[in-house]
Design a protein around this ligand. Structure first.
Ligand code: FAS
Ligand code: PHB
Length: 391
């Protein structure tokens, strides 16, 4: 097989890159290890920045997003039993949209198949070769047959546990990493969310987040131990913990319980590799960086990566001009590190750190107080949360 760009991974990064390149008339093949059903049902991110909505809309992928997405003008920070609304739209003129990552993936796969473009599910033994030549190659097994895909370029969009980053010779990459001493226990519950906007709660028992997927479907998260077993928690214990951490002084809990439809534990880490490229292999999305989900940046960063990468690939494929591709890693990393900083800051501000001394604890409360009562403080949170301007 032969194509212009071989893409490993059919998550948001790989699928959107394939779509943008198709719009630019560039041939791609997408290779995915899991089944279509698995990738379309995988519950992950839920919040889209304004820039992400704009990119999907401009790419012709906005119909269902605009019909079903929940647009939010603000969020609530809750601590010491008191809620403080951050007026995202009033401060920045932008808003965020709740639209599950699995819905974005469904829309992208549907578009890909409607275009009659190749996407191979359930491929195995994927490997990338000859990355430092002008004819890189991907080998894999599909439907019981060993196959090879000759490419001009390869996009490694295979997530944190993929094979592409690992294919770069050791010593050529610099890894920056911070692993947090906690994780998130997340549930999907058949219950109306406690508020029409997101609630981020800092509590002495630990962090909690109330978000949603629809007016009747709640997505709720609890800070837990890094090695927590989601199934070791009874439903009652989960609800009791959420009531406690989301409690408002002098008010009955707004939290409505319901059947827990899905549960899981998400590890919390900050991770970046530099550079995001080796020869003709370009890493994008979780293959190159991971943020703690507190700032809702993961999927949005993947989208921003491939928007820049698609333009660089188009310039190369059109006029063999390597300049944008040569600049791509540095361009992407400038945005990635600002999102890393914000995600680390939100995580540090809102989570309980068992090793924090009383002085640090007071600093965190003072910082929350400042953000909630200073326009400049609130603006700093708001402009990062809705998404810094795309170039
Ligand atoms: P993805 O991991 O989505 O996609 C990579 C794809 O490559 C996968 O489909 C995988 O099957 C495939 N693949 C892997 N190895 C392969 C191989 N060898 N050959 C072929 N295919 C291969 N972000 C938020 O903003 N908010 C959240 O609440 C949030 N929750 C998360 C929960 C979990 C459990 C995880 C893991 C991540 C979460 N994230 C969240 C981050 C998440 O949304 C990512 O940022 C987003 O999926 C990034 O998209 P991709 O880079 O496309 O990677
Ligand atoms: C979600 O809706 O899954 C979500 C929203 C905001 C976050 C993290 C997760 O910060």
């Amino acid at each position: 097989m032969r194509t212009e760009v071989g893409i490993v991974g059919a998550g948001p990064a790989g699928l959107l890159l394939a779509h943008l390149l198709h719009l630019a008339g560039i041939d791609t093949v997408v290779l995915e290890a899991r089944s279509r059903q698995h990738v379309e049902e995988r519950i992950r991110a839920g919040l889209l920045e304004q820039g992400t909505v704009d990119i999907l809309t401009e790419a012709g992928l906005g119909d269902r997003l605009h019909r079903e997405g929940l647009r939010h003008d603000g969020l609530e920070l809750r601590f010491d039993g008191t809620g403080h609304r951050i007026d995202l739209h009033g401060l920045t003129g932008k808003r965020v949209t709740i639209y599950g990552q699995q819905e974005v993936v469904k829309d992208l796969i549907a578009a890909r198949l409607a275009q009659g473009q190749p996407i191979l599910f359930e491929v195995a033994d994927t490997a990338v070769h000859d990355l430092d030549t002008t004819r890189p190659r991907i080998t894999f097994r599909h439907e019981g047959r060993d196959q090879a895909l000759d490419c001009d370029l390869i996009a490694g969009c295979d997530g944190f546990h993929g094979i592409c980053r690992a294919a770069i010779p050791t010593g050529l990459l610099t890894v920056f990493e911070r692993v947090y001493p906690f994780a998130w226990l997340g549930i999907l519950a058949a219950a109306p969310p406690p508020s029409h906007e997101l609630i981020y709660a800092r509590h002495e028992r630990g962090f909690a987040l109330a978000t949603m997927r629809s007016p009747s479907l709640s997505r709720l998260y609890l800070q837990c131990a890094p090695d927590e077993d989601a199934h070791a928690w009874s439903d009652d214990r989960i609800w009791a913990e959420l009531h406690a951490r989301l409690a408002l002084h002098g008010a009955a809990s707004q939290l409505r319980e319901g059947t827990i439809l899905q549960r899981g534990v998400t590890a919390m880490r900050s991770f970046v590799v530099e550079p995001m490229r080796h020869g003709r292999l370009f890493l994008a999305g979780d293959a190159a960086h991971i943020v703690p989900p507190t700032g809702a940046k993961g999927m949005n960063l993947a989208v921003a990566d491939v928007r820049v990468l698609a333009r660089a690939i188009e310039a190369f494929q059109r006029g063999r001009n390597m300049a944008l591709l040569d600049a791509w890693s540095a361009t992407a990393l400038a945005r990635i590190w600002k999102a890393q900083r914000f995600s680390w800051w939100m995580t540090s501000l809102l989570h309980r750190f068992d090793d924090a001394d009383p002085f640090e604890h007071r600093l965190r409360l003072a910082e929350l107080d400042y953000v909630c009562h200073s326009r400049a403080g609130a603006m700093s949170l708001a402009e990062n949360y809705v998404g810094l301007p795309l170039d």
